[in-house]
Ligand binder design. Structure first.
Ligand code: B12
Ligand code: SF4
Length: 481
C-alpha cells in the first residue's frame, strides 16, 4: 500500500483521524472524497501554539482500521481526535472502541456535527473521553493544552465528558470571531493531489476546496447548518485572495470549489474578492453555492468576469406553500429570476430539489418536477428529505410526519430509501416521484438539447458527459430497483 503522508505521522501530541467509512459506501460511489476542512482548520490553529499535530484521512489513504491502529501506535499521540457527521457516526464509534481496547491510555475526543446535535447520546456510549460542541479550534486547543500539561479542563467551554456516571456539560465552545486569525488551513498535512470533486462540480484536474464562512443566518427546517456555528462571519476578501494565490503557486491549482453554504451573503466581500482576482489577473476558475435571493445581475456579472463558471442553488421545492413551510425564505419568482440571470450571463447552474418535504403532497411534488423542467439546470438532482440530527425537522418531526428507521448510517440524500415520510404520503409514492423526476429531466431530448446548447467549453462538456455516465452507472439502476 502506497503511503503518501506529507509530514509523517510520527512524534505527535495529537492525531486527527477521519475513519475509513464502512457505512456510507453509496456516498463514496457518487462523490469523490473531499478534504476534511474541520481538521485543516483545527490543525492550522493548534500549530500556532506549538502543538505537534497530524491528520490521517483513512478514507483517502484507503487504510483499514488495523492500519490506522498501527499509525496511531507509531504516532505516539496522546490525544486522538475523531470527527463525524451523523451518517458516519458508526464509523467513528467502531474505531473509537478499537482504539480504547488497544490503547486505553489515549484520550479520544470527538467533534463535529453529530455530537453537536446529539451530545448526551454520544457521551453516554462511554468510548469517547471528551466531546467538543460547536466550533473546535479554541476548546480543543484548551483541552489539549490541559491534558498535555496536566492542567484542569473542568471549566473549558464547549466540553462534554463523563465524571463517574455524571455528564458534565459546559455548553457551546468559544469561537474565533475574526476568522483571519486562523492561519492558512493545514493543507500541507494532507495529500492534496488525491482529493477530487465529482465531475458535475469541478471541470479542471487541479482543483482545491475552500470554505470561507462560518454559520448561516437562515434557518431552513431540514438543515443542521446552525448546529455548529451560532454566529455568522467570514474570512476577509484579502485573506481568501491570498489563499487562492498560495494554492496556485504551491499546487498549480486551476479551480477553486467554494463549499460555503451561501457564498454571496456579504455582497461587498464578494465584490472585493472579484476585484482582487481581476486586478491581479489570476488564472483561476471557481464555483460557489448560494441562495437565489442573494444574487443580482451586477454581482453575478462581476463574479462571471472574475472566473465563476457555475453556481449551485438549493431550490428545494416548486411549491411556494412548501417553501414557506420549510422556512426557506424565498419564492419561486426569486428563484426563476436568479436562474434567468445566470443563463443570460453564461454562468452554468446546478439545482437541487427535495421531494417529500413537510407539507408535500402528490400535487406539490409534481409542481417541483415541473419547476425543475422549467429551470432546466445543467445539472439537476432530486433527493428525498432526510431529517438529519441538528435540524428543526429532526427535533420536531412528529409535527410533520414519521421517521421509519433511526439507523443514521443509512441516511443519505442519495440513497434509494426514504427516511422521512410526510403526513399523507408513503415510501413508495416518494420513490415513484423521484423516479418520475429523473425520467422527466434526463430522458427528455428537448431539455437535454437545450442544456447542451448552453455549454460554454469543451472541458465543461467533457465533465458533464463523465458525470452523466458515472451517474447512470452507479445510481440510475438503483433508483429503478
Ligand atoms: C462543505 C460541506 C460538505 C462538503 C464537504 C464535507 C467535508 N468533507 O468536509 C460535501 C459537499 C462533500 C458534503 C457532503 C455531505 N454532507 Co455536508 N456540509 C458541508 C457544510 C456546508 C460545511 C462543512 C464544513 O466544511 N465546514 C467548515 C469546517 C471548518 O467546519 P466543520 O466541519 O463544522 O468543523 C468544525 C466543528 O464541527 C468542529 N469539529 C469537526 N470535527 C471535529 C473533530 C474534533 C476532534 C474536534 C475537536 C472538533 C471538530 O470543529 C471544526 C472547526 O471549528 C455543512 C453545513 C455547515 N454549515 O456546517 C454541511 C453538513 C455538515 N453536511 C451534511 C450532510 C448530511 C452531508 C452528506 C452526508 C450529504 C449526503 N450525501 O447525504 C455528505 C457526506 C459526504 C462525506 N463523505 O463527507 C449535514 C450534516 C448533518 C448531520 N447531522 O450529519 C450538514 C450540517 C448540512 C445539512 N444538510 O444540514 N458536505
Ligand atoms: S439550507 Fe442553506 S440557507 Fe437554509 S439554513 Fe441551510 S445553509 Fe442556510
Amino acid at each position: 500500500m502506497e503511503e503518501s503522508n506529507q509530514i509523517g505521522w510520527k512524534n505527535l501530541d495529537v492525531l486527527l483521524i477521519k475513519p475509513n467509512a464502512d457505512t456510507g459506501g453509496y456516498m463514496k460511489d457518487i462523490f469523490s472524497i473531499t478534504p476534511p476542512m474541520a481538521y485543516l482548520s483545527i490543525a492550522a490553529y493548534m500549530r500556532k501554539f506549538g502543538i505537534k499535530i497530524g491528520i490521517l484521512d483513512a478514507e483517502i489513504e484507503i487504510f483499514d482500521d488495523e492500519k490506522t491502529l498501527e499509525i496511531i501506535k507509531e504516532s505516539d499521540a496522546k490525544i486522538i481526535g475523531l470527527t463525524a457527521m451523523s451518517s458516519y457516526y458508526k464509523d467513528a464509534l467502531r474505531l473509537a472502541k478499537k482504539i480504547k481496547e488497544k490503547f486505553p491510555d489515549k484520550k479520544i475526543v470527538i467533534g463535529g456535527v453529530h455530537i453537536s446535535s446529539l451530545p448526551k447520546d454520544v457521551i453516554k456510549e462511554g468510548c469517547f473521553d471528551f466531546g467538543i460542541i460547536g466550533e473546535g479550534e479554541i476548546p480543543f486547543y484548551k483541552l489539549a493544552d490541559a491534558l498535555l500539561n496536566k492542567k484542569s479542563y473542568n471549566n473549558i467551554n464547549g466540553l462534554m465528558f463523563k465524571d463517574d456516571e455524571k455528564i458534565i456539560d459546559n455548553g457551546y465552545g468559544d469561537c474565533i470571531m475574526n476568522l483571519d486569525e486562523i492561519p492558512r488551513y493545514a493543507y500541507d498535512l494532507i495529500p492534496v493531489e488525491k482529493y477530487k470533486a465529482t465531475p458535475a462540480v469541478s471541470i479542471e484536474d487541479k482543483s482545491i476546496t475552500m470554505y470561507t464562512r462560518r454559520g448561516c443566518p437562515f434557518h431552513c427546517i431540514f438543515c443542521a447548518s446552525d448546529v455548529i456555528s451560532k454566529k455568522t462571519r467570514a474570512f476577509s476578501a484579502k485573506r481568501v485572495f491570498e489563499d487562492i494565490v498560495w494554492a496556485i503557486e504551491k499546487y498549480g491549482i486551476k479551480e477553486i470549489i467554494f463549499w460555503d453554504d451561501s457564498f454571496t451573503i456579504d455582497r461587498q466581500r464578494i465584490i472585493d474578492l472579484c476585484n482582487l482576482i481581476m486586478e491581479n489577473k489570476l488564472d483561476i476558475i471557481w464555483t460557489v453555492e448560494t441562495r437565489a435571493d442573494l444574487c443580482d445581475e451586477e454581482l453575478l456579472r462581476l463574479m462571471k468576469k472574475a472566473g465563476c463558471w457555475c453556481i449551485f442553488f438549493g431550490v428545494e421545492s416548486g411549491s411556494d406553500n412548501v417553501l414557506k413551510i420549510i422556512k426557506k425564505g424565498e419564492t419561486k419568482e426569486q428563484i426563476r429570476k436568479a436562474f434567468k440571470m445566470c443563463y443570460k450571463l453564461g454562468i452554468a447552474t446546478r439545482a437541487s430539489f427535495i421531494l417529500g418535504l413537510p407539507g408535500d403532497t402528490k400535487e406539490t411534488m409534481q409542481e417541483t418536477i415541473d419547476f425543475a423542467k422549467e429551470l432546466n439546470s445543467e445539472v439537476t438532482q432530486f433527493q428525498i428529505t432526510v431529517p438529519f440530527p441538528g435540524s428543526e425537522l429532526f427535533r420536531e418531526y412528529e409535527k410533520y410526519g414519521t421517521i421509519p428507521d433511526m439507523d443514521f448510517s443509512k441516511w443519505d440524500y442519495y440513497s434509494e430509501d426514504a427516511y422521512f415520510i410526510p403526513k399523507g404520503l408513503d415510501i413508495n409514492t416518494l420513490k415513484e416521484y423521484r423516479k418520475k423526476a429523473y425520467i422527466a429531466l434526463y430522458t427528455n431530448p428537448v431539455l437535454i438539447m437545450k442544456r447542451i446548447f448552453r455549454v460554454r467549453s469543451g472541458k465543461q462538456f467533457k465533465s458533464y458527459v463523465k458525470g452523466y455516465v458515472m451517474f447512470m452507472n452507479k445510481s440510475f439502476g438503483k433508483l429503478f430497483k
